[in-house]
Design a protein around this ligand. Structure first.
Ligand SMILES: NC(=O)c1ccc[n+]([C@@H]2O[C@H](COP(=O)([O-])OP(=O)(O)OC[C@H]3O[C@@H](n4cnc5c(N)ncnc54)[C@H](O)[C@@H]3O)[C@@H](O)[C@H]2O)c1
Length: 327
């Protein structure tokens, strides 16, 4: 399949490029205004394109979008209206209203539009989910990430599109919704700065409940020295995603190689060191070529963006920046 990667020099975009290469797809064009685009394109035999307007849409079948999130809706529409399939990084829109409009839009076009929640297609997380499903009624789930960030520079600290909530907790809130299978309501949320003096939070915590009474809590933090515990899935270069759940049939914890169910370790073969971006693209292509149902949809993206809005509305007042508290 012929691909373009838009935002190819970024953290996520460069990983989409590597994954497409690993899978042997034809990378036709890399679109990024950054200085290294020509060199990057040369390494994969693609054309370097400085702006989306200069991209020859006839030359591609599909595109990966990995941009500052406010740019996602317009380019998703332009690609899909030109008959191109779109894998768009999360969040697909800067706010809930635009995320909702994209749900209707996606239903109106004859192409595949998939949001980039790569944990949904990760075989480790899918194995955990299947085991959880087999354990009877879910009662409680707790999901946490502590991610290493030496600083909060760049767009990640901007109020509308950054912060630990929108950048990282969005994945965990999506998992919480998927595991419970119900709309969640925050009973409490906390947005604070523990390590960095920045316009957005480096710590997010929420405690939520579903209509049937399942409780879900999510903790997401950025710090220079995150604790790295032995259980869980390594994400980025340092920092673990940890999941623990209680059901009528006992307890389950995500481990480094599978899960621990009622105290017994179960390994899932082939999940250690898996290229999550490659698994995500593999699924995207399978949906396009074979009509396999999407494992994560534009509606799922809207649900999690709505949950983020609800968490912000439920948030208690920040405790103040580190510097203020020290004074
Ligand atoms: N799935 C994941 O695990 C994951 C991880 C990180 C980021 N993301 C998501 O990916 C998106 C990008 O994040 P990032 O961390 O890669 O950001 P980044 O800042 O590292 O990269 C963004 C890239 O987009 C380019 N760009 C900006 N405007 C452009 C335009 N108009 N046309 C083409 N290119 C343009 C920039 O030059 C830059 O190279 C965000 O939505 C983010 O939430 C997802």
């Amino acid at each position: 399949m012929r691909f373009a990667v838009i935002g190819s020099l970024g953290w996520a975009g460069s990983r989409h490029v590597k994954a497409l290469q690993e899978l042997g797809h034809d990378i036709v064009a890399l679109v990024d205004p950054g200085a290294g685009c020509a060199d990057q394109a040369a390494t994969v035999g693609a054309k370097a394109v400085a702006s989306f307007d200069a991209l020859d849409l006839d030359s591609i079948d599909a595109a990966c979008l990995a941009l500052p999130p406010h740019l996602h809706p317009d380019l998703t529409r332009r690609l899909a209206n030109a008959g191109k399939h779109v894998l768009c990084e999360k969040p697909m829109a800067p706010d809930t209203a635009e995320a909702r409009e994209l749900v209707e839009f996606a239903a109106s076009v004859p192409v595949t539009i998939m949001p980039g929640y790569l944990l949904r297609t990760n075989p480790h997380i899918r194995g955990f989910h299947d085991a959880l499903r087999g354990m009877g009624e879910l009662r409680r789930v707790h999901i946490s990430t502590n991610v290493r960030k030496p600083s909060m520079a760049g767009w990640r600290s901007e109020p509308v599109i950054g912060g630990a909530l929108l950048v990282n907790a969005i994945h965990q809130l999506d998992l919480a919704s998927w595991f419970t299978g119900e709309m969640l309501t925050p009973r409490f949320a906390q947005l604070d700065n523990v390590h960095f003096d920045a316009p957005t939070e480096d710590l997010f915590f929420t405690s939520m409940v579903s209509p049937s009474g399942v409780t879900a809590s999510v903790l997401s933090s950025w710090s220079p020295n995150p604790p790295i515990l032995s259980d869980g899935l390594m994400i980025t270069d340092a920092g673990k995603l940890r999941i623990e759940a209680e059901t009528d049939g006992g307890s389950i914890v995500l481990t480094a190689t599978g899960y621990r169910i009622n105290g017994t370790d179960v390994d899932i073969p082939g999940v250690v060191g898996v290229n999550q971006f490659a698994r995500e693209i593999e699924h995207f292509v399978d949906v396009i070529e074979n009509g396999t149902p999407l494992l994560v949809t534009v509606e799922d993206n809207w649900k999690v963006q709505k949950l983020i809005e609800d968490c912000r509305a439920a948030a208690i007042a920040p405790a103040g920046r580190v510097a203020n508290r020290a004074a």
